[in-house]
Design a binder for this molecule. Structure first.
Ligand SMILES: Cc1cc2nc3c(=O)[nH]c(=O)nc-3n(C[C@H](O)[C@H](O)[C@H](O)COP(=O)(O)O)c2cc1C
Length: 155
């Protein structure tokens, strides 16, 4: 079974979590690949102006983890646009991860997860686990360990 970790990361935090997840999966003999979504031009563009320079193909994967930051109290518009343009996710199991600075889920974390969930479900995905990671030093390790262990158990 092939696992795809599809990441958008503007300042590398979410990417570093994706790498940790990949390391954990590889250490137990799983086949996990990270693919990064990248855009043309500067970050911070409105959704309608976002153009992809790399738009990962999900077809090779049986199981997917979508990971992206919270921006502006919601899911990064890059991940939102990427997910919206995907075709069917029928037959694929999907897990969701988000990272955020403020240590409170109600400042965009739940909204980001709910939006990813809604889009993936609408495309027929079978939904697995989710994780919200608080990037503040004080909470980072605990929330990362919790999120990754939930997802690893479900894969
Ligand atoms: C433009 C912008 C908006 C952000 N908005 C929020 C926010 O609403 N809530 C929050 O908790 N963190 C917010 N952050 C912090 C990021 O979510 C956090 O640093 C995240 O870990 C960055 O992930 P990345 O390095 O993968 O891009 C914002 C960061 C940026 C650059």
């Amino acid at each position: 079974m092939r696992i795809g970790i599809i990441v958008y990361s503007q300042t590398e935090n979410t990417y570093s979590v994706a790498k940790e997840l990949q390391r954990e999966l590889t250490s137990v003999g799983r086949n996990a690949t990270i693919e990064r979504i990248t855009i043309v031009g500067e970050p911070g563009q409105p959704e309608k102006k976002v153009e992809f320079s790399v738009k990962p193909d999900i077809h090779p994967y049986d199981e997917l983890i979508f990971a992206a930051p919270v921006q502006g109290f919601n899911l990064s518009v890059v991940m939102k646009k990427y997910l919206k343009q995907l075709g069917s996710l029928e037959g694929k199991k999907v897990h969701l991860l988000t990272t955020k600075q403020i240590s409170n889920k109600w400042t965009g974390g739940n909204r980001a997860i709910n939006l990813m969930n809604k889009i993936c479900r609408s495309k027929g995905a079978s939904m697995g686990e989710t994780g919200i990671i608080f990037w503040k030093e004080k909470h980072r390790k605990r929330t990362t360990d919790e999120a990754l262990s939930r997802i690893l158990k479900a894969i």
